[in-house]
Write a protein that binds this ligand. Structure first.
Ligand SMILES: Cc1cc2nc3c(=O)[nH]c(=O)nc-3n(C[C@H](O)[C@H](O)[C@H](O)COP(=O)(O)OP(=O)(O)OC[C@H]3O[C@@H](n4cnc5c(N)ncnc54)[C@H](O)[C@@H]3O)c2cc1C
Length: 460
């Protein structure tokens, strides 16, 4: 039976490997570090649970639930507390609830009357020419107005991409928004008419999707996938070079300073763009050059988990968290009210936040010393949630290259990955730099890659 090499043991590679294994295909997963999970990393200490990377999976596709069932984790899966549905934004240094119904929108203090009135005209505004690649900020200014850009889209983009709406491509980073305008001529109209089609496809909109974690954090899922793959996982195997010829693909990997080669019929690369760019790839004696991918921007982000005594915070923390518009001039991008979302994230009588600092907004702040970062976050929390005491727990984790920015011009990177797959038979590329940055996107990317590999191997 033909074997498949999966390179990269983040959620994308693990999902693809597990799915192929379920279909009876021999797989070997090569992971360069000492653990699987990639950016999913949960730390347990002093009664606190800290997520260093992602916090929740948005259940936007039935395949996410299927994966959780298939690895027998249904009983350990948690949905966020329904009492923590509110999302807060900041205006004039105060937390204001994001309105989610037309009535709440009309009554909200988040937007001026002029901004609200201008939204009514959105369905009448002309759609952009299909061939224009617009940045998100121009798109929002044109369709919704500058106040929506400053107080809704800018903080939202900071929360998802840690990115800059002036540079992110609406077509590549927010393809669904782009499609709504192209297909329905209006975002509001598209939301209404698109709901029926989403229902037919079984897709769930991001606003309505449930948010998932596990009793001991997100790493439960990647640890379990690693366990299911068992001996097929090769940790500390950093792949350096891959070579394709009519017989298959040779993988050169380094383990404990020694380079060894193994051969497989197909290879899936499930790596960050900056690692793809470094790989030496040859196919039929020709170089496959992915060095262009090193131009994809990955700004640094530091996640900061802080614990406090409950009485030291005056805000009720009755929501998911707070996102901060750049115009409000705080240090951080936003904070998740982690202990309001899931049980057992901190000791009794305490609460915990997960805050993010850096991104394209202020990359230099993510790289400061830990004590200075904690000071900056506490400065924000004092104003935003009425924090008074000192932390009972602190955990910082810096991602020097956190999240790929799907900026204007991203199409050339996607095209390079697609063309490479077409030209180099048996070589596949998946993951967050090709198929979308969320965990849901990465899980679907793993499933889709497994399907493409299955077709190539002629699996039923
Ligand atoms: C701080 C942060 C917060 C986030 N929050 C959320 C969130 O709340 N919700 C959400 O949906 N998404 C979130 N995301 C995004 C999401 O977590 C990622 O997009 C997703 O996990 C990417 O998975 P991946 O498998 O594609 O890549 P990765 O997780 O980057 O995995 C790639 C793997 O490849 C390995 N590797 C690299 N080079 C080699 C080599 N040469 N040989 C072998 N192995 C190699 C790496 O060690 C790594 O394990 C967040 C991301 C970050 C950084």
């Amino acid at each position: 039976m033909k074997s498949v090499a999966i390179i990269g043991g983040g959620i994308t590679g693990l999902t693809a490997a597990f799915n192929l294994q379920q279909r009876g295909v021999p797989v070997t997963l090569y992971e360069g570090s000492e653990r699987v999970g990639g950016v999913i990393r949960t730390v347990h200490k002093d009664g606190y649970l800290a997520e260093c990377g992602p916090n929740t999976i948005l259940e936007t596709s039935p395949l996410i639930g299927q994966l959780i069932r298939d690895v027998d984790l249904e009983s350990r899966q948690l949905y966020t507390d329904p009492a923590a549905e509110k999302r807060f934004l900041v205006r004039n240094k105060k937390l204001i609830e994001l309105p989610v119904s037309p009535l709440a929108f009309i009554g909200s203090r988040l937007f001026s009357w002029r901004a609200k009135a201008s939204l009514l005209a959105e369905p009448c505004r002309k759609r952009a020419a299909g061939d224009l690649e617009e940045n998100l900020a121009d798109f929002v200014r044109r369709r919704l107005g500058v106040e929506f850009l400053d107080y809704a889209i800018n903080p939202f983009v900071a929360g998802v991409y840690a990115g800059d709406p002036e540079r992110l491509s609406v077509k590549h980073a927010f393809a669904k928004l782009y499609d709504l305008e192209q297909r329905y001529g209006s975002l509001i109209g598209g939301q209404i008419f698109g709901a029926r089609e989403r229902k037919r496809r079984g897709a769930i909109s991001k606003q309505n999707a449930k948010k998932i974690s596990f009793d001991k954090g997100l790493q439960v899922l990647t640890d379990r996938l690693g366990e299911k793959l068992g001996e097929q996982v090769r940790l500390n195997h950093s792949v350096k070079r891959i070579t394709g010829d009519p017989e298959g693909w040779s993988i050169d990997f380094e383990n404990a300073g020694i380079t060894t080669t193994s051969t497989h019929s197909s290879v899936l690369l499930a790596l960050p763009a900056f690692r793809l760019a470094d790989l030496e790839i040859h196919c039929q004696n020709k170089r496959v050059d992915l060095s262009l991918l090193s131009q994809i921007e990955y700004p640094p982000v530091t996640s900061v988990v802080l614990g406090f005594r409950s009485q030291d915070v005056s805000h009720p923390l009755d929501g998911f968290g707070v996102l901060i518009p750049e115009v409000e001039k705080f240090n951080s991008l936003g904070s998740i009210f982690s202990s309001a979302l899931f049980p057992n994230r901190c000791p009794d009588g305490h609460l915990t936040f997960t805050s993010y600092i850096g991104g394209t907004r202020s990359p230099e702040l993510a790289l400061k010393e830990k004590d200075e970062i904690v000071r900056l976050i506490m400065e924000d929390l004092r104003v935003l949630v009425g924090l008074s005491g000192e932390p009972t727990y602190t955990h910082c984790f810096c991602w020097p290259r956190a999240i790929p920015q799907y900026n204007v011009g991203y199409g050339k990177f996607k095209m390079l990955m697609e063309e490479t797959e077409k030209r180099a038979a048996g070589l596949f590329i998946g993951g967050h730099c090709r198929d979308g940055i969320s965990l849901g996107d990465s899980i679907l990317s793993g499933y889709n890659a497994a399907d493409r590999i299955g077709k190539c191997l002629d699996l039923k």
